[in-house]
Unconditional design. Structure first.
Length: 291
C-alpha cells in the first residue's frame, strides 16, 4: 500500500477539526476534493475513519488510533526533511576531527567549534592523535580533518594549510627567575621537558633550536605534557618552554619571558582529503580561515 503523504496531511487536519469545511479552508482547497481524498484513504485502508453526521465528522476509534500514528509519522517525516536540508548546508551530520594537544591549549579547536554554532543535529567527535596517526586516520577515513604539527609531503591525496602559529616562551619559577634570560644563563638551569618517547620529533626540534641559540638544556625531569611541566615549574623544579597561549593559565609562582632570539614556534596545520565535498567539513575549513 502506498499512501500519498499529502493525503495523510489532509487527514490529520480533518481529524483534528472533525469538519470538512474548516479543514478545507485551513488547507486552502475546496471541500469536494478534500472529501474525495478522505474517502480514497478509507478505501485504501479498508477501514472507516469517520462517522458522518450531516456536515460534521466524528473520528471512529480506528480513526483516532490512525490519527495518532499519522501525527507521529508526519513529525518524523518533517524532522528527516529538515535534517536532509541541514546536511546539505553543513548544519547536520557527524564530524570527526583529529588534533594535537596544542590545538586545544591555543583555543584554536574550541573556538572554531564555537563559531560553527552547530545545531543539535551535528555530532562532533574529537580524537587526540599524534601527527602521524592523524594522517593514517585520514587515509582510512576514521577522521575527516586533521589538526597537527607536521603536515605530510604534498601529494594528490591531501590538501593542507597552516592555520595557527605562535612563539614558544620560557616559563621560570618565580624564585629562580632571570631578568634577561640569555643562552649563557639558561645553559646552567635545570630543565623540564616532555618524555622523549612521547614525541621524538618534537624533542629533536627542541634540542636543535637550543643548539642553534647557543645552549644545551640540562634536562633533569621528564613529564607528560605542558601542563605537567608547568606544575613542576610552579613547584620550583626547573625551567621549561611552553606555547605562548598557555601563559594565561600560569600561577603566580611562574614567571613568563618571551625570547625573541629563540628560533622555535608552535605551528598547527589543517589537513584534509582532496576534493572534499562534505558541507560540514567545508564549513569548518571556512571557519578556520578566521584565525
Amino acid at each position: 500500500m502506498v499512501v500519498d503523504i499529502r493525503i495523510l496531511r489532509s487527514f490529520a487536519v480533518v481529524g483534528e477539526l472533525e469538519h470538512i469545511g474548516q479543514a478545507a479552508e485551513k488547507l486552502h482547497i475546496s471541500s469536494s476534493p478534500l472529501s474525495r481524498q478522505i474517502q480514497l484513504l478509507e478505501d485504501e485502508l479498508g477501514v472507516e475513519l469517520f462517522h458522518r453526521e450531516k456536515k460534521r465528522l466524528r473520528l471512529t476509534s480506528e480513526g483516532k488510533d490512525f490519527l495518532g500514528e499519522v501525527r507521529a509519522f508526519l513529525k518524523h517525516h518533517d524532522r528527516l526533511k529538515d535534517r536532509g536540508k541541514n546536511l546539505g548546508k553543513g548544519l547536520a551530520g557527524r564530524l570527526d576531527i583529529g588534533y594535537v594537544e596544542a590545538a586545544i591549549h591555543s583555543r584554536l579547536l574550541p573556538e572554531t567549534l564555537a563559531r560553527l554554532d552547530c545545531s543539535p543535529d551535528v555530532d562532533i567527535h574529537l580524537h587526540a592523535f599524534r601527527s602521524k596517526q592523524q594522517i593514517e586516520s585520514l587515509r582510512d577515513r576514521t577522521i575527516d580533518l586533521a589538526l597537527l604539527h607536521t603536515p605530510p609531503e604534498e601529494s594528490d591525496e591531501f590538501e593542507q594549510r597552516k592555520v595557527f602559529s605562535e612563539p614558544i616562551v620560557l616559563a621560570m619559577p618565580v624564585n629562580k627567575r632571570l631578568l634577561l634570560p640569555t643562552p649563557e644563563t639558561l645553559d646552567r638551569q635545570p630543565w623540564i621537558a616532555d618524555r622523549e618517547g612521547l614525541n621524538p620529533a618534537a624533542r629533536i626540534r627542541l634540542l636543535h633550536a637550543c643548539a642553534v641559540s647557543g645552549f644545551t638544556p640540562n634536562i633533569r625531569l621528564e613529564v607528560t605534557g605542558p601542563l605537567a611541566a608547568l606544575s613542576c615549574v610552579e613547584a620550583g623544579l626547573g625551567f621549561t618552554f611552553i606555547q605562548k597561549s598557555l601563559a594565561r593559565i600560569r600561577s603566580a609562582n611562574v614567571e613568563i619571558a618571551e625570547l625573541p632570539w629563540f628560533p622555535l614556534e608552535v605551528s598547527i596545520h589543517a589537513v584534509w582529503r582532496k576534493n572534499e565535498t562534505k558541507p560540514l567539513i567545508l564549513r569548518v575549513l571556512s571557519t578556520l580561515n578566521d584565525f
